[in-house]
Design a protein around this ligand. Structure first.
Ligand code: 4NP
Length: 159
């Protein structure tokens, strides 16, 4: 199973989702069954490490983002990943626009997996520290829901 998290710059929300979801998968004993990556719709930050505020907030919750580097969404991502999960509606619209015809991947908002309807992970880039804590709270909730869904799908594949 392959999961791609998508935001605008790939330096705040989607690397945070990558780190948090990886930890939740490890807790569930499923890390070896799932490939995880993240990317941005834009190319401004390609090659850069996560935003220092996002990395510090994640570190306070025991999650290390230091090895991650930003990249831009690529055409191959639509065939490579089973889930392409957008942080907000702009990211989702860009994914839907670039998605080739017949693409079988699940494309949707990440917070759907937190039981939220149509709710974005707000962009924290121009805000304060508290924005990064809120991002982490939302991403932790959605990550747990996504682990449950993937555990169920992997179980179905066994039968
Ligand atoms: P992200 O946050 O999409 O969560 O990585 C942003 C990062 C950079 C910019 C906007 C949002 N920017 O405008 O450069």
């Amino acid at each position: 199973m392959r999961v791609l998290f998508v935001c605008l710059g790939n330096i705040c929300r989607s690397p945070t989702a990558e780190g948090v979801f990886r930890r939740e998968l490890e807790v569930a004993g499923l890390a070896h069954r799932v490939e995880i990556d993240s990317c941005g719709i834009g190319d401004w930050h390609v090659g850069k490490a996560p935003d220092t505020r996002a990395a510090a907030a994640a570190r306070r919750r025991g999650i290390d983002l230091s090895e991650l580097r930003a990249r831009q969404l690529a055409a191959e991502d639509f065939s490579r990943f089973d889930y392409l999960l957008a942080m907000d509606h702009d990211n989702l619209a860009a994914l839907r626009q670039q998605c080739p015809d017949g693409c079988g991947a699940h494309i949707g908002l990440f917070l759907d997996f937190a039981g939220e309807v149509d709710r974005p992970v707000p962009d924290p880039y121009y805000g304060g520290e508290q924005g990064f804590e809120e991002v982490l709270d939302l991403i932790e909730a959605a990550s747990r829901g996504l682990v449950e869904e993937i555990a169920q799908r992997l179980e179905e594949l066994r039968h």
